[in-house]
Design a protein around this ligand. Structure first.
Ligand code: ADE
Length: 353
């Protein structure tokens, strides 16, 4: 027997009965979420809208369900179809995304919508979805299973945690994650892969939580090696996180009669394509140099913001519109701008208000 098949059949034997128990639990405890059709609906012939499934998955990659829900509502109201989103102005989409973070995702979101619209339909398989901009292994698996019923696995951090506990993984985390992905794939039931994926998401969010998992109500307890050991909350065992380097800079809140000075940032790089306040470069030196054009500002405090690879500390400086702003900046209504600024700048504007 090939190695792969051996792993598959081992997982099948070890987790026999698990999918049915999980799906049964899901039928009773599924969260009702705006991008879902609901448990049992597919069997009744209800077909999920791949646009809504995909949009939710992109939003939920690094964001919690409560934070994403309002954005999802706004996006689907403003752009109800993938074709509508494809026809949107880039700046409108970037502004609507502000506050969700990871702005490369918003740029890829538009690219993907335009590609799907140009093709005329969504690819319906995991492999086909992988070819689209911004769709990695997790999203391809999730959309294939949730929208198209393909028996694909959708393994994110929550699913890693659930299976790490089921399997009581103790080895090198990278290697264990690979083993988990294979095991999940071998456990996905062919007839209800989408509900299986949603059930795992819900279990991870509400029962098999990172801290203090509620094992007493867990439908998978009988299969759980970590529960049998008595220490489920110690899993997954991962290498310690590296502390993030800190970068420093100054940010300028320059107000004039018609609002606050902003620019549209260059299309690529950090916060690319988003609106931004004037700022110095963000460097390791904890005493950033004042921008040459900025004279007579008042220092009003510091804001912090955590990005994927570093923590940013910005000294907020306010000034009137006599400051000799460099080219590319314009004054915009503060309230409108506030909603369209990425969080790091939004915090600075709030501190200065
Ligand atoms: N996390 C990632 N995708 C999700 C989804 N579709 N529903 C709930 N939580 C999720």
């Amino acid at each position: 027997m090939a190695k792969r098949e051996k792993a598959d059949s081992a997982a099948e034997a070890r987790f026999e009965g698990l999918p049915a128990a999980l799906l049964d639990w899901y039928g009773r405890h599924a969260r009702s979420l705006p991008w879902r059709i609901g448990p049992g609906k597919r069997a009744e012939g209800v077909v999920p809208d791949p646009y809504r499934v995909w949009l939710a998955e992109i939003m939920l990659q690094q964001t919690t369900v409560p934070h994403a829900a309002g954005y999802f509502e706004t996006f689907t109201r403003t752009w109800p179809t993938v074709e509508a989103l494809a026809g949107a102005e880039d700046s409108d989409v970037m502004a609507a995304w502000a506050g969700l973070g990871y702005y490369a995702r918003a740029r890829n979101l538009l690219k993907c919508a335009r590609e799907v619209t140009a093709r005329g339909s969504w690819p319906r398989t995991e492999a086909g979805l992988r070819d689209l901009p911004g769709i990695g292994p997790y999203t391809a698996g999730a959309v294939a299973a949730l929208a198209f019923g393909e028996p694909a696995a959708a393994v994110d951090g929550n699913v890693d945690r659930v299976f790490s506990r089921l399997m009581a993984t103790k080895g090198d985390w990278k290697e264990e994650k690979r083993r988990i992905a294979e095991t999940v794939k071998a456990t996905v039931p062919g007839d209800r892969p989408g509900e299986f994926a949603e059930a795992l998401m819900d279990l991870g969010a509400t029962v098999c939580t990172p801290k203090r998992p509620n094992c007493l109500i867990c439908p998978l307890r009988d299969w759980c090696a970590a529960y049998a050991e008595g220490t489920p909350d110690q899993y997954p065992i991962k290498p310690a996180k590296k502390t993030k380097p800190v970068r420093y800079g100054e940010v300028y809140v320059v107000r004039g009669p018609s609002g606050v000075a902003v620019e549209t940032r260059p299309p690529h790089g950090l916060l690319g394509g988003m609106l931004g306040l004037p700022t110095t470069a963000w460097l390791q030196d904890d005493r950033p140099e004042r921008a040459a054009w900025m004279t007579g500002g008042s220092e009003i405090g510091e804001v912090k913001h955590v990005f994927t690879h570093f923590e940013l500390r910005l000294l907020v400086v306010t000034a009137g519109d006599t400051a000799a702003l460099p080219q590319g900046y314009g004054f915009k209504d503060e309230e409108t701008v506030g909603a369209a600024l990425p969080s790091a700048f939004r915090k600075a504007l709030k501190l200065a208000s």
